[in-house]
Design a protein around this ligand. Structure first.
Ligand code: C2O
Length: 489
């Protein structure tokens, strides 16, 4: 099946008219968005109404076989063909259908503050993991049913920690004959280039797996977890276009138009699953038990175009309830000790900026750990970012001529243009950085290194900064609370 740009364009024009009628039929009249445009639009301009209500999912009702979700690199030729066919069938659905590629993508847009409604936003909080798990579950069922094998069809994941380029089935052939191709990606990556060496690495996963509490890893009711900005956000931004509205993957309003979104999020879901698999006592590596987390409920369209709803609690046991598993690698996690620390703003002097204040005893412990090359991790809670910023940012520990990269922050765009961007506030986030290399400089008694956030540009590759290189300092890092975590030796 071919998808040339002309026919897609025409279909979108058609959708724009047709879907406002079709969409209108499912809108509850009490919904404040009813008067605005419906789902299908290009670019999204109005605010579609989400599906609401629907039959509750009943745990245990899905009795399909439990099937392994695999890396795209482990797909056989036959499995790749099935996947291609599934996306092709999805793109070919008539505009009146509730499962269409564009309508499903707009549903994601709706739940991401695209529509000036922070309350619906499932990013930047503990809703991030479960909402995407539910979205993927129903999307997978739709794709599976379109190729007549809902029992065995499972989404692949893009394990960027291993595959450092765009996975080839999504990239080539690089034309509309490929149902998994997207024409709005960063040219360097689309042309076969590698991901930036700092983003979505195996080392980053190890650092995140050192976080034993869900709040730091996956967020709480009011702030996003460390996984959300990196690797989730950084990879989004890396795949999306480098400038403008950073379409498709770099902009939450458009990201789910790229089939790669689902492989990316499948990998994020795998990391959540793998984190839960890490054995720990007490609440270590456990999901929140608060009713406010468990009772969240969202509606989706299923493979029969029916509105269904599923709660976070229903999705925690994905093996029993959603019928898929991952083969997670075994990680040996050390026992972590939390040391007190303060992020003070700001130290005057040659490198004015926020610095880390610790007691003499903590200083000694940290320096010893770093010398032994045993991980030292900095966790900053309640970090606020300036409204409207988007893109990838690098955090450096700087002292005199030396500048050491300690982490990345990936902030995905919302909305179509600068004006829409500006209005968007960010919820506070937790940031986690491996500061083992930088620790000796960050904890010097005199004139310690300070922390700086720089906008990443194509020319400014992360790593050791070269002398005289000009960079745009973005904002001053501030945190409500700072902690240092070291592995018990
Ligand atoms: Cu809902 Cu990766 O964003």
């Amino acid at each position: 099946m071919k998808f040339d740009s002309i026919s897609i364009l025409n279909r979108r024009r058609f959708l724009k008219g047709a879907a406002s009628l079709a969409g209108g039929a499912v809108l509850a009249s009490s919904n404040p968005f009813t008067a605005m445009t419906a789902f299908a639009q290009d670019p999204p301009s109005g605010c579609p109404a989400p599906p609401t209500g629907g039959t509750h999912f009943v745990p245990g009702s899905d009795t399909r076989p439990v099937v392994l979700r695999k890396s795209i690199s482990a797909f056989s030729g036959a499995e790749l063909t099935t996947l291609q066919n599934a996306y092709a069938a999805l793109r070919a659905l008539p505009a009146s259908d509730k499962r269409t590629w564009i309508l499903q993508a707009d549903m994601h847009a709706l739940y991401c503050n695209q529509c000036d409604n922070l309350n619906l936003d499932i990013h930047g909080s503990w809703s991030f993991f479960p909402w995407h798990r539910g979205y993927l579950y129903y999307y997978e069922r739709i794709l599976g049913s379109l190729v007549g094998d809902i029992n065995h069809f499972r989404l692949p994941y893009w394990d960027w920690e291993n595959i450092r380029t765009l996975p080839s089935p999504y990239a080539s052939p690089g034309n509309s004959g490929n149902s998994m191709w997207d024409n709005r990606r960063r040219p360097a990556l689309a042309g076969g280039g590698n991901l930036p060496s700092t983003d979505g690495t195996a080392a980053r996963i190890t650092t995140l797996y050192g976080l034993t509490d869900f709040a730091s890893f996956g967020g709480d009711a009011f702030s996003g977890g460390s996984i959300e900005s990196d690797p989730h956000g950084t990879i989004h931004v890396d795949v999306g276009q480098a400038s403008g509205a950073q379409l498709d993957m770099g902009n939450l309003g458009y990201a789910a138009r790229d089939p790669l979104f689902f492989a990316h999020h499948c990998n994020i879901d795998k990391l959540w699953s793998g984190w839960n698999d890490l054995a720990g006592g007490g609440s270590a590596y456990k999901n929140p038990t608060d009713a406010g987390f468990l009772n969240q409920r969202w509606s989706f369209y299923d493979e029969n175009q029916h509105v269904v709803s599923i709660s976070a609690a229903d999705m925690l046991n994905h093996r029993n309830n959603l019928r898929y598993v991952y083969k997670n690698p075994i990680f040996v996690v050390p026992i972590w000790i939390i040391l007190e620390c303060e992020l003070i703003c700001c130290l005057p002097g040659p490198d004015p900026g926020p610095w880390l204040k610790v007691s003499e005893q903590v200083r000694e412990t940290v320096i010893q750990q770093a010398r032994a090359n045993s991980p030292v991790v900095l966790v900053l809670h309640g970090v606020s970012l300036p409204p409207g910023i988007s893109g990838n940012f690098d955090v450096f520990a700087t002292r005199g001529e030396r500048s050491i990269h300690v982490g990345s922050i990936g902030m995905i765009a919302h909305g179509r243009d600068q004006k829409e961007q500006h209005a968007r506030a960010h919820k506070p986030i937790t940031l986690t950085f491996d500061i083992t290399q930088a620790a000796p400089e960050l904890f010097l008694r005199d004139k310690p290194a300070t922390l700086h956030v720089f906008r990443r540009t194509e020319e400014q590759r992360p790593g050791i900064m070269t002398k005289g290189q000009k960079r745009e300092e973005l904002f001053q890092l501030k945190a409500e609370k700072a902690e240092i975590r070291v592995a018990k030796r």
